[in-house]
Write a protein that binds this ligand. Structure first.
Ligand SMILES: Cc1cc2nc3c(=O)[nH]c(=O)nc-3n(C[C@H](O)[C@H](O)[C@H](O)COP(=O)(O)OP(=O)(O)OC[C@H]3O[C@@H](n4cnc5c(N)ncnc54)[C@H](O)[C@@H]3O)c2cc1C
Length: 522
């Protein structure tokens, strides 16, 4: 995946694309893959990096959404469970079966959750992961040795999927390119073009790294800008009223000692009725809840003090010893693009998670809402919408069984290289080029300088943030260490990209500004 080649393909001003997709998160990448694999000419433009915003800041679950069952939203769960199964089949190198334990402190909860989760399993029939089962108090303690034992009455084990969100995004960009499409990061759409009838016919865009501008003509333009869809809709119709309400969720990343085993902990109802997950991920535990509504979208959201305190307090009720601020190795926040509630005063957990496709009077197609798990279905619906509007000729969706770049069955999860899937041997070959490339970027972790070069050369990483946050993920598993190694990593990137020492200094400064949001003040 070479950025220069992708940029070169944008320079053809005569070309009329079938689709231009705005936004390189889960939704935009999904649309680009869907369109490219149907044989359409598609260009996907991301203003920052692939998955820079919400799509790298998820809980990392591929799930049906057990909690929507409680609300009776069976169709939403059924849909998501099918997608959960498809994603595991299409990207087995990044999606794994994860067992979750619900620890119960009343017999009634044992009964209730067993019935609910058995129904969940029935809905996923044919797309299943493992089956749910009741487990005794002793078994809960064996599986979650750090859990509070006072009053424990047993538990339920159930299954969902777990994945690496930004790595999947990189692989989707690669899949789009493999299928003949264009996917490029650091290119911002700055304007929407209209024809003589006032209908959308393309976009104006700017390369954020070089300042080069482009005009792309297109039969259909898809707005998949996540929490920024309203901004793009205003480029089309300046009077557009905001439609999306950002809903923020925070996660704390802790040492594995707070979970010990490989089972995840799920608390279905916290003191304020939210859900809390503690999920093992890259040898850490990611702990997080559902969201709270925010007034304005932010590209670098910071976890609020009240969120950090709430997660610590709630996790402390289930983990022994209880984690403290000193134990937080990283914290991150993400904002969900939820369709704004019609009624004022609705909380984030009450707003529907299903996706919505909105067509403007000028034919701009906006897709919002939904979740990572359902990105494929959202994309299928969006491209079908463009077909139904007669913007492009009819072609059948082929993504249900389309293998995602990197596809490799049964990855070796004990090696940190598993995230590369079928590219792993090429990463090792690159590490052989120079002895230095086998060196670790930090003595505490296995990531190598070769992986940094790989990210720049083959995965379009252009900034320190691209490498440390979304290619090797060190920012998420140890934010202070990511900051410490940043100057060395920047030097290696500079060599690979023929940049000067002043670029290194500027890049490190810029990265410090981003990394501070991942560090909890003590
Ligand atoms: C806290 C939290 C936890 C979650 N956990 C899960 C989970 O465990 N499992 C799950 O299935 N789902 C989860 N979700 C939901 C899921 O992460 C989101 O639904 C999904 O990532 C949204 O993707 P998106 O592409 O719509 O938005 P984004 O990822 O935000 O992508 C939109 C992109 O558009 C780009 N953009 C904006 N304007 C422009 C422009 N003018 N030009 C070019 N590019 C532009 C942005 O830079 C951005 O990268 C979670 C969400 C949150 C907030």
């Amino acid at each position: 995946m070479k950025r220069d080649e992708q940029i070169e393909r944008l320079r053809n001003a005569e070309k009329v694309w079938d689709f231009v997709v705005i936004g390189g998160g889960a939704t935009g990448l999904g649309c680009a893959v869907d369109a490219a694999s149907r044989g359409y000419q598609v260009a996907m433009l991301e203003q920052d990096d692939f998955a820079k915003c919400t799509s790298s800041r998820s809980t990392k679950l591929v799930h049906g959404g057990v909690r929507y069952l409680q609300k009776g939203d069976v169709m939403l769960v059924l849909e998501a469970l099918r997608e959960r199964g498809r994603l595991k089949a299409n990207a087995p190198h990044l999606v794994k079966d994860q067992t979750f334990v619900i620890a119960n402190y009343t017999y009634w909860s044992n009964f209730l959750y067993f019935c609910g989760l058995t129904f969940y399993d029935m809905l996923s029939f044919g797309y299943g992961y493992g089956r749910s089962k009741f487990i005794s108090k002793e078994s809960v303690l064996r599986r979650l040795p750090a859990i509070k034992r006072d009053g424990l009455k047993g538990g339920i084990v159930y299954h969902d999927g777990q994945f690496d969100d930004s790595r999947l995004a990189i692989n989707l960009a690669e899949t789009c390119i493999d299928q003949g499409g264009v996917a490029v990061n650091h290119v911002r759409v700055s304007g929407i073009l209209h024809n003589e009838h006032g209908k959308v016919c393309g976009v104006r865009a700017i390369d954020q790294l070089t300042g080069e501008t482009f005009e792309l003509q297109a039969k259909a333009v898809i707005n998949a800008a996540g929490i920024f869809v309203d901004e793009v809709m205003r480029l089309d119709a300046p009077g557009h009223k905001p439609m999306v309400k950002p809903s923020q969720g925070a996660h704390l990343v802790l040492d594995m000692k707070f979970l010990q085993g490989q089972d995840a902990l799920m608390v279905p109802k916290t003191s304020d009725g939210r859900v809390l997950f503690a999920v093992p991920w890259h040898n850490r535990v990611v702990v997080g809840t559902t969201d709270i509504l925010r007034e304005h979208p932010e590209s670098e959201p910071r976890a609020l003090e009240e969120e950090i305190n709430f997660i610590l307090q709630t996790a402390g009720l289930y983990m022994d010893p209880a984690p403290t601020r000193e134990d937080i190795v990283a914290v991150y926040a993400g904002q969900r693009p939820l369709a704004a509630p019609k009624k004022e005063g609705k909380s984030a957990k009450e707003i529907s998670r299903s996706h919505k496709i909105i067509v403007s009077d000028n034919n701009l197609i906006t897709i919002t809402g939904g979740k990572w798990t359902s990105y494929r279905l959202m994309a299928e619906d969006t491209i079908d919408k463009a077909i139904a509007m007669n913007l492009v000729e009819h072609r059948k969706c082929v993504t249900k069984h389309l293998k995602i770049h990197g596809w490799r069955p049964e990855p070796d999860l004990t090696s940190h290289y598993y995230i590369y899937g079928s590219d792993e041997s090429a990463v090792h070959a690159l590490e052989q080029e120079f002895i230095m490339l086998k060196d670790k970027i930090s003595p505490k972790y296995d990531y190598t300088l070769g992986e940094v070069v790989w990210a720049v050369r083959h995965e379009m990483a252009r900034t320190l943030d691209d490498v440390l946050a979304r290619r090797v993920r060190l920012l998420y598993i140890d934010a202070r260490e990511a900051l410490r190694v940043a100057p060395e990593v920047a030097k290696v990137m500079a060599m690979e990209m023929h940049k000067s020492l002043s670029w290194v200094d500027e890049e490190v400064e810029r990265f410090k500004g981003i990394a501070k949001n991942f560090i909890v003040n003590l």
